[in-house]
Design a protein around this ligand. Structure first.
Ligand code: CMP
Length: 152
């Protein structure tokens, strides 16, 4: 994983992603979006690189600027099951930050990826400042939890 510069184009892309999934977007002043942008970091990952592993503590929230990733859960000692794919514009890593539980799945890059990352403390501060964002993200997390536990 390599840190990249969060230039104007990357900032604009982050705003686009958050608007598309309606996160942070409504009721946000330009000032608050600027504060959020000041906290967001951009990283490059190689194909095959793991972003995090199931069972690790949750320390950050991610949004995909570019690339394809897989979400997999352990089935047995050495087996894992792919439960979802993630692509440009998707977010992940929200579940462990919301409930304080360990990571529910492993997320691995299937291609080279560029990922936005927001550290846990910044993510939680933003949740507090924006109840709509908080509701939206809880909905996404509960849909995913349902998918994962229903075996789809
Ligand atoms: P977290 O538990 O923090 O870490 C693993 C992440 O995988 C989880 O948050 C979600 O963001 C993501 N995830 C889990 N299940 C799904 C799913 N069904 N679809 C998309 N993403 C998922």
């Amino acid at each position: 994983m390599n840190k990249l510069q969060m230039d104007d184009a990357a900032q604009a892309a982050f705003v686009r992603i958050t608007k598309r999934i309606n996160l942070f977007a409504s009721g946000l002043s330009t000032g608050l979006m600027e504060k959020i942008l000041a906290c967001v970091k951009l990283y490059a990952f190689e194909a095959g690189e793991r972003v995090f592993r199931q069972g690790q503590p949750g320390d950050a929230f991610f949004a995909v600027l570019e690339g394809a990733l897989k979400v997999s859960v352990r089935e047995a000692f050495i087996l894992s099951r792919k439960v979802a794919s993630l692509k440009e514009g998707d977010i992940f890593g929200e579940m462990a930050l919301l409930d304080g539980a360990p990571r529910s799945a492993t997320v691995t890059c299937e291609t080279a990826c560029r990922l936005f990352m927001l550290r846990r403390d910044d993510f939680q501060a933003i949740l507090k400042l924006n109840p709509e964002f908080s509701e939206q993200i809880k909905l996404i997390a509960s849909d995913r939890f349902f998918e994962m536990t229903s075996g789809n």
